[in-house]
Design a binder for this molecule. Structure first.
Ligand code: GN1
Ligand code: MG
Length: 350
């Protein structure tokens, strides 16, 4: 069956019937996202959800619906879901597509990378704010949308299967990455976060999932709540750090551009410390680990997908997943080298 066009879907949502212009947003590896503009002003976000990646959209949307009322505060811009004309939080079409519509955050901007300490500081503040607001939400009303999302044992298993099924060309092309993956898996084999408290995590806190005010550059809120589910705080910490202190893009091919910028790291921690009272001593001890863990887990997932023929992430060219993996692994190496520095810097600030 043919897929629905955003303009057809639009009429099923409770918004003022105006003449909207629909612009596809090309970012993101999973969903299809469109901006609705009226008279040139962005008014709504419309998204077709990826049903291959998210097998239980009802649960995913329920998680978001539960969380949104908590995520609203004088220092946190509240986003709302636009109900369908049948008063549902999302639309399921006859051909089983899932669409949702969200309010737009006015005058906001997102950054893929930054060199600006103030942006790093603001990112730290808003991530801690997000977690402190969600402290009030009952943990057990959130279900896992992607079970084992950041589970290293599962990712290792998937990697092994991908290795067993890959062509010899791909194995040769990815040889360096495979060796690094194997040795790092070995290094992380005693990783056991079991005693840390589970929290409602965002699980995808890369810098471009944070919206900032265009003028004063204050962080407003986090977007893309698809992976909102239980997790450990160091997941959200590490994912933010990997995209802030590394000032290169996630698929940067020139690995000499991958950085670990200490100025940005310290600014991020300073921001975090403004709202971090909820963190336990054990979680604080684990923060630095998150910085090597998150890029590694993303890297091994990208490598696995490359070996499997790009079936998970949307890619724009054949070797994009391998490029992402190499750049993520290059950052993992930097993070491993900076463990002592990070522990010290964190201790001074939190
Ligand atoms: C995917 O599509 P996007 O950019 O929101 C992925 C994240 C990765 C991210 C970038 C559900 O998110 O885990 O951090 O790509 N989301 C899922 O690598 O797999
Ligand atoms: Mg995402």
């Amino acid at each position: 069956m043919e897929s629905n066009s955003p303009s057809a879907v639009l009429t099923h949502f409770s918004i003022e019937p105006k003449d909207y212009t629909i612009q596809p947003l090309r970012q993101g590896y999973i969903n299809d996202t469109f901006t609705l503009l009226h008279d040139g002003v962005p008014s709504y976000i419309l998204q077709r959800l990826n049903t291959k990646v998210f097998s239980n959209i009802d649960v995913l949307m329920q998680n978001i619906d539960h969380a949104l009322p908590y995520l609203n505060d004088k220092n946190y811009y509240g986003i709302s879901l636009i109900k369908t004309t049948d008063d549902q939080p999302y639309l399921k079409t006859n051909n089983s597509e899932y669409w949702r519509m969200l309010t737009m955050v006015p005058n906001s901007i997102a950054f893929n990378t930054t060199q600006d300490e103030n942006i790093a500081l603001e990112a730290g503040k808003i991530i801690a704010k997000f977690h402190s607001l969600l402290q009030e939400a009952p943990l057990d009303s959130f279900e896992d949308t992607i079970p084992g999302f950041h589970d290293l044992t599962l990712r290792k298993q998937e990697f092994k299967e991908a290795l067993a099924g890959a062509s010899s060309e791909k194995l040769t092309e990815a040889q360096k990455a495979i060796l690094f993956a194997k040795s790092t898996l070995e290094e992380f084999r005693f990783y056991d976060p079991g005693k840390l408290p589970l929290r409602i995590c965002h699980n995808d806190t890369k810098l471009n999932n944070i919206l900032f005010d265009k003028e004063n550059k204050r962080a407003l809120c986090l977007i893309d709540l698809d992976t909102l589910m239980k997790g450990y705080f160091h997941f959200d910490f590490g994912d933010a750090v990997r995209t802030i202190v590394n000032t290169a893009d996630e698929d940067e091919k020139d690995l000499s551009k991958i950085t670990f910028n200490k100025r940005l790291f310290e600014a991020f921690i300073d921001g975090l410390s403004t709202n971090s009272d909820f963190l336990t001593e054990a979680e604080i001890q684990h923060l630095a680990f998150g910085v090597k863990f998150m890029p590694f887990i993303h890297g091994i997932r990208a490598l696995t997908d490359y070996l499997k023929g790009n079936i998970y992430y949307k890619v724009t060219y054949e070797t994009q997943n391998l490029d992402r993996c190499l750049s993520l692994f290059a950052f993992t190496k930097k993070a491993i080298e900076q463990m002592e520095y990070m522990q010290e810097a964190i201790k001074k600030r939190i």
